[in-house]
Design a protein around this ligand. Structure first.
Ligand code: ADP
Ligand code: MG
Length: 712
């Protein structure tokens, strides 16, 4: 493509005098950033890479974090504490002191007062530049020090002769150690001068959404105009920001929707309901269930049923709060594959959960005369080989297990569907040996992590999503109690009562993130203490270090009711289903995350009796912990809790970058820019359908070499 005349002129840049543009005195300015092919350029590249900058255009898209107002000077005596200000004064003294640690202390003075500039990292040249009598301009926050006001690590420059103040706000870029603002700004200006800054949005799109041009946006954000509104710039509410946020969201949508469309071009077996009644296993199962499917289960099954009958692979996420009944919907999908003469695989992230699925599926599918093969990491070779043979021959129609299922290269005779419960999101079906005549299996993913709508629109745009938004009838909401650790005896009494009346209880040991060893020890100690405390009860223990068969035995005993109190670590968090357990105690609840607490609490309230979840906490509570406990105390709805969790933690932590697979957003905000996400979704479709060229260019510009993230 031809270079476009729409460039940011260099003139505009240099006409503004930046307070620290020429300040060669900062520690960072010493790095030989601009010397090409010097050893410095490699380190600069490494530093830029840390900022996610790999190509020239990444510099163009490296937008300021905030802006500082260096357009005027505040008299030292008027400098408000704790707010960024610019002062100007004459150096009275400068010395390097060594107590309590090596530091440079410079005293400056103007007609109104004195101020200390303090540096803990500095170069000799800086100490020299700050010689007594020098005139200096410094920018930073003033705070009260031992000897009056002081600025720690201010940005400063020594003035030589008349130095006019800048007329516009100074952009401050996100940066990393050893790469100063001045150097980074020079690199960015260089990129702005070289790069093609043409607009990738067709005019009809920017018109429809009322967005400003790309060039205008970039120029406004890198080069604020004199008098620009600092709040709107730093607060990212200007139209220019809106444009950049949209572009970012559009790139995300384009890449995910592209994957979505590419899938439509691939082939998968068409799975339809058999015409002959006797072959309708799905009907048989529904008829045998001791309950009626909820409306939400029927609807989501309908959506899945429709997808399975398409000639391209389904990638559908089945979402539903804990206890909403996802498993039976998955079982129906499995039966649909079998009705069509194909096999299905069901995978779970933990041994306990896989075992539970195996039990549930055996209970449902066994009476229909179907054989299920079972795979785990800790199987004897003989057992594994026979399961493998059953799958390869097609005698077993379903394989259930942990990730061992795809690690062991199990070969299916004809795999039609892969069901993945919790967590494992990508590429599972691809990693299973596929023997289905150039066709790939359908995929059903299940998750109990409720994903707020904006988040799922943003990060799951490559999937179809079904939501079970209704719990089976008769469930009574769990009563949550917040109890200070000092009232532990009351809790002990409560357990005695519940178990005495034929109930069962969980006791969740404190989470100790720093040390698995300590975590294990705590579980052992707690088990010993509670065993002593409840001599009349059978107290079981479950933790991550047990052998799988030990875990399975313990779980089976708890399910059968021979164990009344189950002490455990968070291994009981995921999916465990024991309806008779109606009491849960979570020790040191303040250490757990919101999602974890919600999952744990979801282990009770599955039967007919009123369930109680006791959150034991230790005072004093930190601010964040107090907030979390309040949210979990006040809310039962997983989606509300998820929204709060997202608000408190941000999407990166919420999803886990690896899990989401999608590029995380730098500029757009999922809560504030929900409307832009919707528009980006719509316009991505418009572009892909009608403007493939601009769509590609837009993707290249924003994601460059990273467009392939979904295959990671
Ligand atoms: P989750 O969505 O958390 O995986 P499960 O599939 O484990 O939930 O279902 C939780 C419990 O509810 C199971 O015991 C299951 O048999 C039962 N269940 C599922 N659907 C219904 C329904 N429609 N009516 C009553 N009970 C149901
Ligand atoms: Mg489940």
């Amino acid at each position: 493509m031809r270079k476009v005349s729409t460039r940011v002129s260099r003139g505009k840049v240099s006409s503004k005098s930046r307070a620290d543009e020429k300040s060669s005195k900062g520690p960072n300015a010493q790095t030989s950033i601009l010397k090409p092919r010097s050893s410095g350029s490699r380190t600069v590249a490494a530093k830029l890479a840390k900022l996610g900058i790999r190509r020239e255009f990444d510099l163009v898209l490296h937008l300021p974090l905030r802006y500082e107002d260096e357009t005027h000077v505040t008299p030292i005596a008027n400098a408000p504490p704790g707010l960024p200000v610019q002062v100007e004064g004459t150096v009275r003294s400068t010395e390097i002191v060594y107590r309590p640690r090596r530091q440079l202390v410079s005293r400056i003075e103007d007609s109104t007062g004195e101020l200390v500039l303090r540096f803990f990292n500095f170069y000799g040249s800086q100490a020299k530049a700050l010689e007594p009598g020098a005139s200096v301009r410094a920018f930073g926050e003033v705070r009260a020090g031992f000897f009056g006001g002081e600025m720690i690590h201010p940005r400063f420059r020594v003035l030589h002769g008349a130095t006019p103040l800048p007329t516009a706000l100074t952009p401050i870029y996100p940066t990393t150690a050893g790469l100063g603002q001045a150097a980074l700004r020079r690199l960015i200006e260089g990129a702005l001068a070289h790069a093609q800054l043409d607009d990738t949005l067709p005019e009809e799109v920017s018109k429809r959404l009322g967005l400003c041009g790309f060039l205008e946006a970039i120029d406004t954000l890198h080069h604020p105009r004199p008098g620009a509104d600092e709040e709107a710039l730093s607060g990212r509410t200007l139209p220019a920001w809106r444009r950049m946020k949209f572009d970012e969201l559009l790139a995300q949508q384009l890449s995910m929707r592209k994957h979505y469309r590419e899938r439509e071009a691939r082939r998968a077996p068409v799975l339809e309901a058999p015409v002959e009644k006797p072959r309708r296993l799905t009907f048989a199962l529904i008829g045998r269930l001791p309950f009626q499917l909820t409306r939400a289960q029927q609807r989501t099954w309908g959506e899945i049923e429709h997808d399975l009958a398409q000639p391209h692979p389904m990638h559908r996420l089945l979402q539903g709060d804990v206890g909403s009944g996802k498993t039976v919907v998955a079982a129906l999908a499995v039966l649909r594959a079998i009705e069509n003469g194909l096999q299905a695989a069901v995978m779970a992230p933990t041994e306990i959960l896989a075992e539970q699925h195996f039990r549930k599926f055996s209970e449902w599918l066994g009476p229909l005369g179907l054989e299920i093969a079972w795979f785990t990491g800790n199987q004897a070779k003989k057992e594994r080989d026979s399961a493998r043979a059953a799958i390869a021959s097609g005698r077993a129609t379903v394989a259930i297990g942990t990730h061992a299922l795809f690690q062991e290269h199990v070969e299916f005779r004809s795999l039609g569907l892969a069901v993945v419960d919790e967590q494992h999101r990508f590429g599972v079906a691809q990693r299973l040996a596929l023997r289905t005549k150039g066709e790939e299996p359908h995929q059903l993913m299940m998750s109990a992590t409720p994903i707020p709508r904006t988040l799922s629109m943003s990060y799951y745009a490559d999937l179809d999503v079904s939501v079970i938004d209704e719990l089976p009838p008769g469930r009574r909401p769990v009563v949550t109690k917040l109890v200070a650790d000092s009232r532990r005896p009351e809790v002990v009494r409560r357990i005695r009562e519940a178990c005495g009346a034929g109930g069962q209880a969980y006791w969740v040991c404190p989470l100790i993130e720093e040390s698995e060893q300590l975590q294990l020890q705590t579980a052992l100690d707690t088990h010993a203490t509670l065993s002593r405390e409840f001599p009349e009860l059978r107290v079981g223990l479950i933790h991550g270090r047990l052998r799988p068969d030990e875990k399975a035995q313990t779980m089976a005993a708890f399910l059968a009711g021979t164990i009344q109190l189950l002490v455990g670590t968070t291994v009981i968090e995921v999916g465990v289903d024991v309806p008779n357990a109606s009491l849960m105690v979570i020790e040191h609840a303040e250490r757990f995350g919101l999602a974890q607490l919600h999952q744990l609490r979801g282990r009770v309230g599955r039967g007919a009796t009123q369930s109680v979840c006791v959150l034991l906490y230790q005072n004093p509570l930190g601010e964040a912990a107090r907030k979390r406990l309040r949210v979990i105390f006040e809310n039962a709805d997983g989606f509300v809790i998820a929204r709060e969790d997202l608000r408190m933690r941000g999407p990166g932590e919420y999803l886990g970058a690896r899990q989401s697979g999608a590029p995380l957003l730098r500029f757009a905000d999922l809560t504030e820019d929900a409307d832009l996400i919707e528009s980006a979704r719509t316009e991505a479709e418009v572009l892909l359908a009608g403007h493939p060229g601009p769509a590609e260019r837009h993707l290249e510009r924003w994601l460059g070499g990273r467009a392939d993230f979904l295959n990671a």
